[in-house]
Design a protein around this ligand. Structure first.
Ligand code: ATP
Length: 264
């Protein structure tokens, strides 16, 4: 019999993360399916970034399991784990490009360090990645300080795409962008997902992003995933935080804008 539900690429079960006596996650379950854009939301400090860091291998969980591509990260030897982790692209909250390097040099770095490419080839490929992220050709020779916030996010995205990842992790990619820049970034994400077949784990506070770009939304609260489902079902969940978030003035505006965009 053929199963209707695809196997998840990432399967988190009974995850626990604690710092001293501060329990951030307890009994957290979450799946990421191939080709989906999963939005991860929750109040400040609910552990969205800690969850991301646990999955990409930057933080060792206190308990529980994280399977990626069918393998349990905790049980793998370091070399195999690092090999798996190269199938991830990560864009961190504070974008972190090297300020003393041009954009092409920034994006070329993982290609030189992890893929072992010679510098000229790495920089040529880096220019392609910058174009993929929607940056004009001349941006390749510019330094981060010369660019707008939106361009820096795109450059950081190009670097996350450098090693042709299968899963992209984004921590608040539209934070600090104006609404037009944020909307353009959402569209770029959809285009890249469709063109490259990426799966995306997207931590965000941006309601417009949830309505425009996400296939499913996971809500973190009280240490675990309260609900992970299509947006309509999540928004209809009976919970105080969800009600305030999705049905407050900003939530209603984002929903109205998404409806208008669909109708036009
Ligand atoms: N290395 C660490 N040591 C101790 N506490 C930590 C560490 N990293 C995160 N925390 C704590 O874990 C909790 C969750 O942090 P996290 O950054 O994941 O929240 P978040 O949901 O991403 O918040 P925000 O939406 O504000 O970015 C916070 O209380 C934070 O102080």
């Amino acid at each position: 019999m053929v199963s209707e539900t695809p196997q998840p690429l990432i399967r988190v079960r009974d995850l626990e993360n604690r710092f001293g006596r501060h329990v951030v996650h307890q009994g957290l379950d979450l799946d990421l399916y191939p080709g989906e854009i999963l939005g991860v939301v929750g109040g400040s400090g609910t552990g969205k970034s800690v969850l991301l860091r646990s999955i990409v291998g930057l933080l060792r969980p206190s308990a529980g399991s994280i399977e990626v591509f069918g393998q349990d990260l905790q049980r793998l030897p370091a070399a195999e784990r690092s090999h798996l982790e190269q199938r991830f692209g990560v864009l961190f909250q504070r974008g972190a490009l090297f300020t003393s390097l041009t954009l092409a040099e920034n994006v070329a770095l993982p290609l030189i360090e992890h893929a072992g490419l010679p510098r000229p080839e790495a920089e040529a490929l880096a220019r392609l990645k910058l174009a993929l992220a929607g940056l004009p050709g001349q941006a390749a020779t510019q330094y981060p300080a010369e660019l707008s916030g939106g361009m820096i996010k795109r450059a950081a995205l190009a670097r996350a795409l450098a090693l042709d990842p299968e899963v992209l992790f984004l921590d608040e990619p539209t934070a600090g962008l104006d609404p037009i820049g944020a909307a353009a970034f959402d569209q770029l994400l959809l285009t890249l997902r469709d063109a490259l077949g990426l799966s995306v784990f997207l931590v965000t506070h941006d309601l417009d992003t949830l309505y425009t770009a996400c296939d499913r939304v996971a809500v973190l609260a009280r240490g675990h995933v309260l609900v992970a489902d299509r947006l309509e079902s999540v928004a209809a969940t009976d919970d105080d935080w969800i009600r305030d978030y999705f049905h407050g003035p900003r939530g209603r505006a984002a929903e109205g804008a998404a409806r208008t965009a669909k109708e036009s």
